[in-house]
Write a new protein. Structure first.
Length: 216
């Protein structure tokens, strides 16, 4: 394994704190002041939400999901392969290292979009070979209504949520099941994973824990 490339995928249901964590990680002193310049951060807009319009207009097929996932995995594999040709690591150099941080990825395509795990299992194996790890964010059921529904009080979001239920209780139940589906995928992944409950820890506590786990 070429450890000059290392990845972290942040997963969780809506309201779990994914975007807040990605922002906090990229603004943290260890990330900003690392000794190497290269890094890439990709939000959920490009790892999963890029499919929303096609989903609403005509529906999705497995190839739609795999096209998105393959694009990024192949890129990271090429970076790793080309870096491994060099003798930088043998000379204890570090300024060529390349961390990547993804908000949502293949697990979202399974638990959120309903793609069968077998389609993404090879993707999961390849990510593990790229020294990629998973950070899974958990939110207590008691906080779901506030985080998912009440804190996002705009008409567009409220209309979006109504496809999951006609009441706040039904919407919370939908996301509760989504979170259970996500957790049920953890025994299947080949990647190292860390689960953090964001209802019980503040971001100042979470960031150092995740950076230590990522070990970039």
């Amino acid at each position: 394994m070429n450890r000059d490339v290392s990845g972290l995928i942040v997963e969780g249901i809506c309201g779990a704190g994914k975007t807040a964590l990605v922002h906090a990680l990229t603004q943290s002193a260890p990330f900003v002041q690392k000794s190497y310049l290269s890094s890439i951060v990709i939000s959920e807009h490009h790892t999963s939400r890029i499919l929303e319009q096609k989903l609403s207009r005509e529906g999705l097929v497995p190839a739609d999901h795999l096209e998105v996932l393959e694009f990024y995995v192949q890129f990271f594999e090429q970076v790793s392969e080309r870096s491994s040709r060099m003798d930088w690591s043998a000379r204890n150099r570090t300024n060529h290292r390349f961390p990547f941080l993804l908000e949502r990825f293949h697990l979202t395509h399974v638990f959120h979009y309903g793609l069968d795990w077998e389609y993404v299992r090879p993707i999961d194996v390849r990510l593990a070979k790229l020294n990629c790890k998973l950070c899974i964010l958990e939110v207590d059921e008691a906080d779901m209504e506030q985080r998912i529904i009440l804190e996002r009080n705009n008409a567009g979001w409220q209309q979006f949520l109504r496809q999951f239920g006609n009441s706040n209780l039904e919407i919370v139940e939908y996301y509760k099941k989504q979170q259970e589906l996500l957790f049920n995928l953890l025994p299947r992944t080949r990647m190292e994973w860390l689960k953090i409950n964001t209802s019980r820890a503040c971001m100042d506590e979470i960031v150092p824990q995740v950076l230590s786990f990522w070990d970039i």
